[in-house]
Design a binder for this molecule. Sequence first.
Ligand SMILES: [Zn+2]
Length: 241
Amino acid sequence: MRNSFNYGDTEIEYSVAHNARLESKVRIHVHPNGFVEVESPPGKSASEICHAVRKRARWIAKHLEANSQLRAHALPREYVSGETHFYLGRRYQLKIVAPVADRPVVAMKAGRIHVAVRGEEPLAVRRRLNAWYKERAEDYLGRRLSEISETIPWLKNEPPLKLTAMRKQWGSCSPSGSINLNPWLIRAPRDCIDYVLIHEICHLKEHNHSKRYYELLERHCPNWRKIKTRLDGMAELLLAH
Ligand SMILES: [Zn+2]
């Protein structure tokens, strides 16, 4: 159900989802992609919901504005000092530094990602930074896959992991039982990474998105809906490069 109203010269569009666990008040989420999601307790009419959302219009408009500035800031990538890049859900400033013998080409230092490159050629920065992301992805995603696999009682063996860059997808699962992940997932928050891993692991048992599949997913990741909405909202930012 989509609805909208005008606040100043902004049209605020929102979607409503009913949440049986809420008791009386609606809950409003403004996602990074500008998507406004309203969770409502059962039994509220559309006009009651709209009234509750309008009361928070100022707050929503402020967040929408902040998000659009964030997006403008993050796109497109230029690979210059001061630009922000995501790693495990946090934003880090890039700092281009001169290479020093025996020092790693890319290193995290004092809340920044240092990339050592002669000259400041953006293409060279991009290549080095992407190689580092790929390495971090292999290490971190592989480790989380092992750790999560151990907690899934019906899983006999840890599934093999492959990393493939994809434009629109975070992961997939092959009929032979291997899990394929997008290495750019390493830019996402840790809980989002775990959710994608659990989503694919559950496909090893239930191959489609059937009711049984979602029951299984819910069992291993009870708040997956909230995490998925958050990840969907960040996708544009995380996949930009
Ligand atoms: Zn799926």
